[in-house]
Design a protein around this ligand. Structure first.
Ligand SMILES: [Zn+2]
Length: 258
């Protein structure tokens, strides 16, 4: 299986990082792929207190950390900064920085395989933590420390269920502002554990006891997983907007320090 770092490096036209050849096979501490003897291997000693993604690293042999040629470019500051919110495949990369971009991505994902990532802090390592999506039907999105999986056919059906539930709610005299019957749908990772996120509104539930179609719709929507709920938050609220392709990484190369 291809690592996210390898795929993203190719899509962003970044050359492999240069490092001495490994004397024996090793496991990259970042992407966790096994690298054969002879492949570049960088002994890595991050500065204490400056690297906050320790928990995502694979422990090295006796604390020794190694980086592979695919991950090395993503440890340079210009590349790190430029890869905080994007989706990348072999053809190129597109921004996911705005909600409208994310709605576009969820409805029209690029040709797989691709890697999608969205930072939720000022600066994070995302690429080598991400999963590669091999299909448009099951897509992975790395959001900060969390990896969300989205079943797209289910997600697309859920958009219709949510809209239909809102339509019924309106017809029954409920105060309907959102195109869904949830108390709240959050688009931010830190809010996904909010008790209101993904919970049904009490007034919808009260109406559902006398309305079989609404009861069925709410029951289906309550089955959605974390990824589908996150996707629904974009697709029931936000307009879509195709981002222009991100500039290919050439300008970054001058300032790469790897
Ligand atoms: Zn690696």
């Amino acid at each position: 299986m291809e690592s996210a770092s390898h795929l993203a490096r190719l899509g962003l036209k970044l050359p492999p990082g240069e490092a001495p050849s490994a004397a024996e096979a090793y496991v990259c501490s970042a992407c966790q792929t096994t690298q054969a003897a002879g492949r570049p291997r960088k002994d890595w000693k991050p500065k204490p207190y400056s690297f906050t993604d320790w928990l995502a690293l694979r422990p090295g042999v006796q604390g020794r950390l190694s980086l592979c040629a695919d991950c090395l470019p993503f440890f340079s500051m210009p590349v790190l900064l430029a890869t905080q919110s994007l989706v990348v495949n072999r053809e190129g990369a597109w921004s996911l920085s705005k909600d409208a971009h994310r709605a576009w991505f969820l409805t029209t994902p690029p040709a797989p395989p691709f890697v999608a990532m969205i930072g939720d802090a000022t600066m994070q390592h995302l690429v080598w933590r991400a999963r590669v999506s091999y299909s448009r039907e099951l897509i992975a999105v790395q959001i900060g420390r969390s990896s969300l999986l989205i079943d797209r056919p289910w997600m697309l059906e859920a958009v219709q269920w949510a809209r239909r539930a809102a339509e019924i709610g309106r017809a029954l005299g409920l105060r309907v502002v959102s195109q869904h019957p949830f108390q709240r749908l959050s688009r931010h990772r830190n809010d996904l554990s909010d008790v209101a996120h993904g919970s049904m509104r009490a007034d919808y539930l009260a109406c559902a006891s006398d309305h079989p179609e609404l009861r069925d719709l709410l029951a289906r929507l309550q089955q959605l997983g974390t990824g589908e709920l996150w996707a629904l938050a974009h697709l029931t609220k936000r307009k879509q907007e195709a981002p222009s392709a991100l500039p290919i990484a050439r300008p970054w190369l001058e300032s790469c320090d790897v």
